[in-house]
Design a protein around this ligand. Sequence first.
Ligand SMILES: N[C@@H](CCC(=O)N[C@@H](CS)C(=O)NCC(=O)O)C(=O)O
Length: 219
Amino acid sequence: MIRLHHVPGSRSFRILWLLEELGLTYEVRNWRLDDGSTRSPEFLAVSPMGRVPVLEIDGLAICESGAILQWLVERHPEAGLAPPLGTAERARFLEWVHFAETQAPILEQLNIQHIFLRPAEARSPVLMKLLVRRLAVTMKVMEQALATRETLLDSGFSAADVMLGFNIPAVFRFVRAKGFPRLAAYGAAMAARPAYQRALAQAGADTLYTRDFYEVPDA
Ligand SMILES: N[C@@H](CCC(=O)N[C@@H](CS)C(=O)NCC(=O)O)C(=O)O
């Protein structure tokens, strides 16, 4: 039995997408972040931090999208979604997997600033500008990496692309695509993958973003 605890539009999409890439059978338990249910004893029993994703598998409950992803690809080496252990390419793979969680918290902070913080006066345009600059740095690193290839690794599509491919639509909500043509093309190519599309079809609508682009307001 594999059960994914999922919130539409959240990092748990990475795992939904990966499960589809791996062709595994699973069930999805949907949660919401705005109704207090992820603070319920039932949810905290599988996710002590109250966060998604959580994957229940073979009597285990695993948290942290990167850890779940690494665990799944190690369990399914036949899928070829990660380079062999101990190789230089494996080091690059691990770098990208963890880099995704350098980039995602910047997006999270921007979401808080632009969408969640109330009243509006609590928002800080200075902090927003700093976060946009830090996000752009992470995007530049990816743009450079994609200069000579279409995936993050020389060896082709891997689960690292799942970690970061999830982030890409959101980065362009805060940083204009101009200047990042390869990253934009990469995001589109990842979203066009059949497994991504299958995951999207059952993920539930992402209701977080109501604008295409979030401009930093004047101070
Ligand atoms: N590093 C964790 C972050 C998990 C995380 O923060 N998930 C968000 C959704 S994208 C969440 O559950 N937030 C709920 C909360 O902060 O209460 C991962 O990659 O799984």
